[in-house]
Design a protein. Structure first.
Length: 122
């Protein structure tokens, strides 16, 4: 079940954020000044890789893979970054989210689920 991480870092000048997590998913929700949801990022694992599906109001969806910065060879670990990724298994991601979000605030759960349902196929 997704539970809120109360110590989510707030950055001055950036939207207020809330962070929810369980063993399989992380959900970060950003809020606009009017209190509405301005965006969210749902992080999940697929084929041993972490993925991030981000939705931003007025911009839409972005799907990325997390490059964890692990070195190949004798280099030092680098900072993890988001890199473009291919298609999303929308049905699996939605099903996993709905299962994990059963006890999440209904407004957040419904908002994210509606956006995930609207994600284009392919």
């Amino acid at each position: 079940m997704l539970t809120e991480i109360r110590s989510a870092r707030q950055v001055k000048g950036e939207p207020v954020r809330r962070w929810f997590a369980d063993e399989a998913l992380d959900l970060i929700v950003w809020y606009a000044d009017d209190g509405g949801i301005a965006g969210f990022q749902l992080c999940y694992r697929e084929d041993r890789e972490e993925k991030a599906l981000t939705w931003l109001k007025g911009r839409g969806f972005f799907h990325n893979r997390v490059d964890d910065g692990e070195p190949a060879g004798a280099r030092h670990k680098m900072t993890p970054i988001l890199v473009a990724d291919g298609a999303v298994d929308k049905d699996r991601v939605l099903a996993d989210f709905l299962e994990a979000a059963r006890e999440l605030d209904a407004g957040i759960g419904t908002f994210v689920a509606e956006r995930l349902r609207a994600y284009p196929r392919g």
